[in-house]
Design a protein around this ligand. Structure first.
Ligand code: C2O
Ligand code: CU
Ligand code: CU
Length: 426
């Protein structure tokens, strides 16, 4: 629905059934009753209001991941929408074109609520991107990738969901599923023309990291924060939970009748199977991947007003309370940092074991990994994978909005076990 210059969406969260596995009924919680929720398409600079209606029996919180959003609409983990209640979230979308996604963000319960289906994709387009000859229309594919486990009757299995035994060890590392789903379907097959396609890969899994590959070349054109300055050819795309990558695959490189498999090289058996493309027709294709894609401003870490440290550690493994940042579990009332509006800051993130770290409000750029300066043109990210015992420095600028936001591990079970820090832009 459109009113004036604002696009208006209503997302009803409700319990429903979906046929995820052939012939079986899986109870889900879905935005609009579907899993994943509807893909929302938006334009940079054109505000959107999303009315969330909670028809579930539990409180929820809506968050637009990668969105440059005022604090009151960002989905702070304690800004709950009670069962039966509704609220409006305003997204001004003063940000570049990018592949975003939305999902539940309730404190302590994000993992199980997203697992049940509360996630969907959100595409922001802009004029800079529209002027490029990239594949579009039916050849621009949002692919929300997540893993799930099922009981024999099709019910979702999650440690601790009612009627299921809690498995503390499985839970501590983050919950992994044994079936990979793309847009809610296992190992789906899509018929494609011998033409270029844009795949917007989004890792919406609770805890699984993928290494995605087709066996042939892929051209990466974008990351969490939108287009790269220039395309790069890659053999595989590594995606930790929360991360996105935009790639172009040229199916004209394959003969008719060929089946191209998108596989997860980091998984074996069923966990290696993501989706298939059946090349079944010839079609005109006037798309191209230009050698220059976008202007990407470089943030200068030398201009940082301050450098802050955030240490991600597993203090909770030894009888403590969970996963910690700077030795403390998440407390929504305690601000771990108060950056000034407009300031550039460097945040130094260190890990014990791997954690995908996500920052709300603004995209950032990676400055260094283990002290080694990152080379190459700058790129915008909102989630970065810290590998075991790594130090990653990021630089960001706090722009436009004051208020409370969070930095957290996007392994959703780690997040629920308090690996989150609140900060306030002042
Ligand atoms: Cu995708 Cu704070 O979340
Ligand atoms: Cu986010
Ligand atoms: Cu973690």
């Amino acid at each position: 629905r459109t009113t004036g210059a604002v696009d208006y969406y209503e997302l009803d969260e409700r319990a429903a059934e979906a046929e995820v596995l052939p012939g079986l009924r899986t109870p889900i919680w879905g935005y609009g009753g579907t899993f994943p929720g509807p893909t929302i398409e938006a334009r940079s600079g054109r505000p959107i209001v999303v009315k969330l209606v909670n028809r579930l029996g539990e409180p929820t919180v809506l968050h637009l991941h990668g969105g440059h959003t005022p604090a009151e609409s960002d989905g702070f983990p304690t800004d709950l929408v009670a069962p039966g209640a509704a609220r409006e979230y305003a997204y001004p979308l003063r940000q570049r074109a990018a592949t975003l996604w939305y999902h539940d963000h309730r404190m302590d319960r994000t993992g199980p609520q997203v697992w049940r289906g509360l996630a969907g994709m959100f595409l922001v387009r802009d004029e800079e991107e529209a002027a490029l000859p990239l594949p579009g229309g039916e050849r621009d594919l949002p692919l929300l990738i997540c893993d799930r486990s099922f009981a024999a009757d099709g019910t979702l299995l999650y440690p601790g969901l009612e009627g299921r035994p809690g498995v503390r060890e499985a839970y501590m590392g983050g919950v992994l599923g044994d079936v990979i789903l793309v847009n809610g379907a296992p190992w789906p097959e899509l018929r494609v023309a011998r033409a270029r396609y844009r795949l917007r890969l989004c890792n919406a899994s609770n805890a699984r990291t993928y290494e995605l590959a087709t066996g042939g070349p892929m051209i990466q054109i974008g990351t969490d924060g939108g287009l790269l300055a220039a395309p790069r050819t890659v053999k595989a795309i590594r995606l930790a939970p929360g991360e996105r990558a935009d790639v172009v695959v040229d199916f004209s490189a394959y003969e008719l009748g060929r089946r191209v498999e998108l596989r997860n090289l980091a998984g074996e058996g069923a966990q290696g199977r993501v989706m298939r493309f059946a090349v079944d027709r010839d079609e005109a294709d006037d798309s191209a991947v230009p050698a220059r894609l976008a202007t990407v401003e470089a943030l200068d870490p030398g201009r940082a007003a301050v450098t802050r440290d955030f240490e991600f550690s597993s203090g909770g493994l030894h009888g403590g309370t969970g996963w910690l940042i700077n030795g403390r579990p998440f407390d929504p009332r305690r601000m771990e940092a108060r950056p000034k509006l407009g300031d550039v800051e460097v945040w130094r993130l260190t890990s014990d074991v791997a954690h995908p770290v996500h920052l709300h409000l603004d995209q950032f750029q990676v400055v260094s990994v283990n002290g080694e300066r990152r080379s190459g043109p700058p790129e915008w990210k909102d989630t970065v994978e810290l590998r075991d015992a790594q130090t990653v420095e990021i630089v960001t600028r706090f722009t436009d909005y004051r208020g409370r936001y969070v930095l957290h591990c996007h392994n959703l079970e780690h997040e629920d076990m308090a690996m989150m820090a609140a900060f306030e832009v002042v």
